[in-house]
Design a protein around this ligand. Structure first.
Ligand SMILES: CC(C)(COP(=O)(O)OP(=O)(O)OC[C@H]1O[C@@H](n2cnc3c(N)ncnc32)[C@H](O)[C@@H]1OP(=O)(O)O)[C@@H](O)C(=O)NCCC(=O)NCCS
Length: 162
């Protein structure tokens, strides 16, 4: 039987294998597999949703050759800053995902896939469906507007400090 999951600072039900390099402010949910056996970098401010798997190795060839090919295949995976990885998405080894991208729920990024920054990626196999760069700028501006409005309302509330 395999030993229990090694402890990590993200979630008791996340499995971090090897030694991934993970940036500040990144959130990793339950039932995730974060595989650094082939090398893995995840940037800062990312969200890795529950059930997602980010891989950097494969035993496929070793398995079907009855260990005639007696080694792990490894290829480093890189996830840029502020990338959102949706629930149950799978990122196979050797992928490079550019910063500020969204990977939709259930997407499967095939080995070695290159994703430009600000991409929306969905499907099996995953495809880049569009750039979200202008949408991100709009969301940031709208978010700042909402925050300013909330602050104004809080200041106008009865009993607010003046
Ligand atoms: C990708 C996502 C963010 C939607 O983004 P969006 O900009 O609203 O996408 P759109 O609705 O414009 O969809 C674009 C295309 O991708 C398809 N699509 C969207 N999400 C998809 C998904 N997860 N898998 C497959 N296809 C998907 C749409 O059907 C559409 O296809 P079409 O152009 O053929 O009609 C959302 O569907 C998603 O997967 N969110 C993940 C949520 C999640 O995992 N939450 C975990 C807790 S935070």
């Amino acid at each position: 039987m395999n030993p229990p999951l090694p402890p990590n600072k993200y979630h008791p039900l996340a499995w971090l294998a090897g030694e991934p390099v993970i940036g500040e402010g990144t959130w990793i949910g339950a039932f995730t597999l974060i595989d650094a056996l082939g090398g893995l970098t995840i940037g800062r401010g990312c969200n890795v949703s529950s059930g997602a798997q980010v891989l950097s190795h494969s035993t496929a060839r070793r398995c079907v050759t009855e260990r005639g090919w007696d080694q792990l295949d490894r290829s480093p995976t890189e996830i840029g800053d502020f990338v959102f990885i949706g629930a149950n998405a799978v990122v196979l080894m050797g992928c490079r995902v550019g910063h500020h991208s969204i990977i939709g729920a259930g997407a499967v990024l095939t080995e070695g896939m290159e994703v430009p920054p600000y991409s929306l990626v969905v499907g099996v196999p995953a495809r880049v469906v569009r750039s979200i760069e202008s949408e991100v700028a709009t969301w940031r501006a709208e978010g700042a507007g909402l925050a300013a409005k909330a602050a104004t309302l809080a200041n106008q509330a009865p009993g607010a400090a003046r």
